[in-house]
Design a protein around this ligand. Structure first.
Ligand SMILES: [Ca+2]
Length: 190
């Protein structure tokens, strides 16, 4: 086989791999940025169920964010251990790092504050042992446009009240917390 033929096969194989990667997504969250365009996060790199189970234990920063529009589909950010949630700030340009296993992100459209449902223990989320359930945590970030955004733990429990918080949002003096597979909780904000 000539070099050109080998090169052609390699290009075809690469194209197939890229195509497989793009159509075999593990989408966790999306945020629309237009009538026909959105960003999507992939919470796993692998699509095989066994490899997806093993992946969190390998600490592989291979998850990414993909932009979709009628004109293009492309990876726009990568290097994440698990891209589990996405939203967009009011000025569409602010980035905030949080030292926690955050799930989904809600943005207060008036204040710009971020509300995140988080998992205080990732391994417990994986195993979902009813006798040792994962706990819950809600984090709020205020003043995200400032030099020092204020990070506050608004809610936390060991799983005895609510298991596996994944999303939270304030409304009318209340805080509504949703979960991965359990119930929702509404409580007073003080
Ligand atoms: Ca999520």
């Amino acid at each position: 086989m000539g070099k050109l033929a080998v090169l052609s096969l390699a290009v075809i194989a690469l194209a197939v791999l890229i195509g497989e990667r793009l159509i075999s997504l593990s989408v966790n969250d999306i945020v629309a940025v237009g009538a026909e365009s959105f960003y999507a996060t992939n919470d796993h790199y692998f699509t095989n169920e066994i490899l997806k189970f093993v992946e969190p234990f390998l600490s592989l920063p291979w998850c990414d964010v993909i932009y979709f529009s009628p004109e293009t589909v492309q990876v726009v950010a990568g290097g994440f251990l698990s891209a589990n949630g996405i939203n967009i700030s009011p000025n569409k340009r602010q980035e905030v790092d949080v030292d926690s296993l955050c799930d989904n992100i809600e943005v207060d459209r008036e204040s710009g504050d971020l509300w995140m449902g988080c998992h205080p223990n990732g391994l417990k989320c994986v195993f979902q042992d009813p006798n040792d359930p994962p706990g819950s945590e809600v984090i709020r970030i205020e003043n995200i446009l400032s030099e020092k955004p204020q990070v506050t733990q608004v809610y936390a429990d060991d799983g005895s009240v609510i298991i596996g918080s994944s999303v939270a949002t304030p409304y009318g003096g209340k805080l509504l917390i949703g979960t991965v597979y359990q119930k929702a909780l509404i409580c007073d904000l003080k």
